[in-house]
Design a protein. Structure first.
Length: 237
């Protein structure tokens, strides 16, 4: 087994929104909670906005990992960092300058940075960039030092409950190889179809951070489901 940490991030997209505080309490043994923000423009679905995320931030016992599937993240993403989100993921396709936006996210709430930029990784929110299933990884490799996390989508973004796509695992392997070779402190996250029978595939390919929706919230014992996912990933590393 690898000594890489394993992080489980249940997605509240699969939770009972009528009892958000209770649903968040059920996953307090997870590492972070994954919050999908969709605007019905960048993706064909509508979920949460800043007010809802602020509410979740206020009552959650664990940090927020916010995935913005929205247009104009240059305008909106810094606001989610200001709310106190632990991590803010935005799509490069929708950003005017992904590197500049990543630096703004990291700087929010922190004292002025010493030269030269970018900021150290221990302050502000953690900027993250996603790769959709059809997006090639190669154009983003040179940007890796600017990000704290790369999200490899194992489903098409926009809806929960889709099936895991193993054909995107080569992208994870490339990212893991580059991150390890260059000594980068970047989390490799996967989202989409993660369950007991798929998390090991993603972990073996190099992932260390896992978003799971129905595999957690659909389980009879949520706590046991989180422990089981974490154990399965650790054994596959």
């Amino acid at each position: 087994m690898s000594t890489r940490p394993v992080r489980i991030q249940p997605s509240i997209l699969a939770a009972d929104w009528a009892d958000m505080r209770g649903e968040l309490e059920r996953i307090r043994n997870a590492d972070q909670v994954h919050v999908d923000v969709m605007d019905n423009h960048f993706v064909p679905n509508l979920t949460f906005g800043p007010q809802m995320v602020e509410t979740v931030q206020r009552v959650s016992p664990i940090p927020l990992d916010v995935h913005l599937m929205i247009e104009d993240p240059d305008r909106w993403a810094p606001g989610y960092a200001e709310l106190g989100a632990f991590s803010v993921t935005f799509h490069a396709e929708a950003a005017a300058d992904p590197v500049a936006l990543a630096r703004r996210i990291r700087d929010i709430g922190s004292p002025p940075p010493p030269p030269p930029p970018p900021r150290p990784r221990d302050t502000g929110s953690r900027p993250s960039i996603p790769l959709k299933p059809g997006t090639a990884v190669e154009p983003y490799l040179e940007m890796l030092p600017e990000f704290d996390q790369v999200l490899v989508m194992t489903v098409e973004p926009g809806f929960g409950g889709q099936s895991f796509m193993p054909e995107v695992m080569p992208k994870l392997r490339v990212l893991r190889e580059v991150a390890d070779r260059e000594g980068l402190d970047v989390w490799l996250q996967v989202d989409g179809g993660i369950a007991a029978d798929t998390i090991g595939i993603a972990a073996e390919a190099g992932a260390d951070t896992f978003v799971a929706g129905s595999a957690v919230y659909g389980a009879a014992d949520v706590d046991a489901a989180i422990v089981g996912l974490r154990t399965a990933a650790a054994h596959a590393h």
